[in-house]
Write a protein that binds this ligand. Structure first.
Ligand code: 2HA
Ligand code: ZN
Length: 273
C-alpha cells in the first residue's frame, strides 16, 4: 500500500489540516508525532528506504525499535496535506533508543520536527504510564492559552481550576488537570525533560508564552483535548476581558457532583478551595 493511503497516515494528515484551520499553526508553528502500531508498520514496510542513522539528542530506551511519523523541522503544517512526502518524516528508532533514521518522506531533505526530543520523551513516558495506550503527541500554538500565560500565575492548580470552571465538560475531558512550565528555550533536552515530567501526571502541558502539548490514545482524542482546553481558555479570556470578578462559577461542590455523576476521578490536589 502507498504510505499516504494508509488509514493512520490519512488521519495524521487530517489533524494537521484541522489544526491549521483552527489558527494554531502559523508558518512552521507546531508539530505532530504518532507512534505507529506494529501491524501498521507491516502494511507499509515494503515502501521504506532507510537513510543514515542520526542522534536523537536524548535517550528513549523503551522506544527502541519503534516507528514514528513526525512533521518535519521548519515545515509548515499547512503544507502537510498538499505534499505529505515532503513534509512528513517516517522514522525508525534504533535498538538503543539513541538514534533515529528516516525510512520514508522528507523527499526534498530535512529532519523530523525541532521538538523531536520533547515528542519522544513524552512518548516514552506515556508508553510507560498508559501501558502503551497513548500513541499521539501534538504541539500547537493556540492563542488563548498562550494569552493566559501572561496574566495567570504559572501554577498547575491555578490553570487547572480556571480551565475546569470555564465549561462543564472540561473536568470530564481532563480530570487529571494541566501542567504549566515557565518560559524555556524550545527544541532542547531541558524543555523535553521538564515536559515529560509533567506528562507523568497530565495529558496537557502548557509552555508559557509559547503553546501547548497534548497526549492521547488516537488522533481524535488528542485533537479533541487540545480543542477543549483552548476553547476553555477562550472563554476565560472573554470573562477576564469583561471583569476581574466572576459573579458565579462552577464551584468545588459542583465539580465533585460532576465527577460522581460521570464516574471520573478528578485530581484531588485541585479540589481544595
Ligand atoms: O516551529 O512550534 O516549538 C515548531 C515549533 C517549535
Ligand atoms: Zn512551538
Amino acid at each position: 500500500m502507498r504510505i499516504v493511503d494508509a488509514e493512520f497516515v490519512r488521519e495524521f494528515i487530517r489533524l494537521t489540516d484541522d489544526g491549521y484551520r483552527k489558527g494554531w499553526h502559523e508558518r512552521n508553528g507546531g508539530n505532530l508525532t504518532y507512534r505507529v502500531r506494529p501491524e501498521e508498520v507491516d502494511i507499509v514496510r515494503s515502501r521504506f528506504i532507510p537513510r543514515e542513522w542520526q542522534p536523537i539528542g536524548v535517550t528513549v530506551k523503551n522506544l527502541a525499535g519503534e516507528f514514528f511519523i513526525a512533521t518535519g523541522s521548519g515545515k509548515f503544517l499547512r503544507n502537510v496535506s498538499v505534499a505529505p512526502e515532503d513534509n512528513i518524516a517516517f522514522t525508525e528508532i534504533d535498538e538503543k533508543g539513541e538514534n533515529y533514521r528516516i525510512v520514508w518522506g522528507m523527499d526534498n531533505g530535512g529532519t523530523p520536527t525541532s521538538e523531536f526530543p520533547s515528542h519522544l520523551m513524552n512518548h516514552s513516558v506515556k508508553k510507560e504510564v498508559t501501558n502503551g495506550e497513548h500513541h499521539v503527541i501534538y504541539h500547537a500554538h493556540p492563542p488563548n492559552i498562550i494569552a493566559l500565560t501572561y496574566v495567570l500565575p504559572l501554577e498547575d492548580k491555578v490553570f487547572t481550576r480556571e480551565l475546569w470552571e470555564m465549561a462543564t465538560e472540561c473536568p470530564v475531558v481532563f480530570p487529571q488537570g494541566v501542567g504549566v512550565l515557565g518560559w524555556m528555550v524550545p527544541g532542547r533536552g531541558e524543555i523535553a525533560k521538564a515536559t515529560s515530567e509533567l506528562m507523568k501526571k497530565y495529558n496537557v502541558a502548557i509552555w508559557a508564552h509559547h503553546g501547548m502539548f497534548c497526549s492521547g490514545r488516537d488522533f481524535d482524542a488528542t485533537f479533541g483535548l487540545m480543542d477543549t482546553v483552548e476553547k476553555s481558555a477562550e472563554i476565560l479570556v472573554k470573562v477576564l476581558s469583561m471583569t476581574d470578578h466572576k459573579r458565579q462559577t462552577i464551584t468545588t461542590q459542583n465539580l465533585k457532583d460532576l465527577a460522581k455523576a460521570f464516574g471520573v476521578r478528578l485530581n484531588e490536589a485541585f479540589l481544595e478551595d
